[in-house]
Design a binder for this molecule. Sequence first.
Ligand code: PEP
Ligand code: MN
Length: 356
Amino acid sequence: MVVFLDKRITDQQLEAIKEAAKSMGLEARLVSGSHENILALIGDERGKELRSLEALPGVRKVMPVEKQYKIVSRDGNQRYNHYDTKIVNVSGVKFGAKKPVMIAGPCAVESLEQVTELACALRELGVDILRGGAYKPRTSPYDFQGLGEAGLKMLKRASEKSGLPIVTEVLDTAAVEQVAAYADMLQIGTRNMWNYALLSAVGKTRKPILLKRGLIATMTEWLCAAEYIAIEGNSEIVLCARGVRTGVTGEYGRNHADWDVIFPLQKETYLPVIADPSHCGGLAERVPSLALSALACGAQGLIIETIRENAKPEEVKCDYKQGLRPSQLRTLLKKCADIRFADMRSRDVRASYEEK
Ligand code: PEP
Ligand code: MN
């Protein structure tokens, strides 16, 4: 366990912290580094309320040293300070820079015409990256499973036509090489956040990864999933909040928006974090407010499902109800530009990081 100390800590406060640790049977040793001063607590920590030290004046944070993830944590990486975000570059589009990144496209690639028409319309709207699934993880085995490699080829054509880079999902280890040959960024969906073999496999590629939160994953489990990728040498990772499963389903929404995780997540990791309002809302009319609220909560980008302007419900094979038409997306993007994105680098947001 380490205790991170306030820069302005007094000798008296330091002694009080040492005494509190001692009363728990732990030895506190001051370690002065170039970055910051910490107290290392030595001894058996089991069954001790070490978090209570956090309430003491002069303590900024108390943290276990033996974290389950290291590379993706701020503490494990001295290159990033308390609010810097890693820039993840996807064929020229920069996640973690000042401007939130906008990803949009169909849930599934259904035809060349569909995906190229959408890609060109989205390009006109200023969207940065095209999304679309060629391999679809569907709840029912009887539902449309995606076009596979044929879908990847269509995506590639749409990308060439529109100039937009592509993000697309990879479902299993056997397909990693194939999907990576077409995609600019590989998506790991919510169902696969715990698929450690797949995480390791995409970690061996040199493609940036969009890692969605497992639908009932804790923040630690999510960061451990990122660690599985990073440990293979690929830390070009963007995290994506996409809602979590609660009792609220069906007519009240598909998943519960979990934007509250963004702030603590950004404190914990330097990886950029974006949000998927489509798979939370489940209905197009819910998507705009969820999208705007995600930006207000610090999301550094959005991934939004879209359908063609004149799409008919019976023609769309996947997630019709939550798809925004380009005209609806245009309105939303205008509102997004007006919203004050809670950028960690802005002075007031940063101040709340430095309070403790
Ligand atoms: C998707 O983005 O199409 C998708 C299946 O998302 P999720 O894994 O978040 O359900
Ligand atoms: Mn979908």
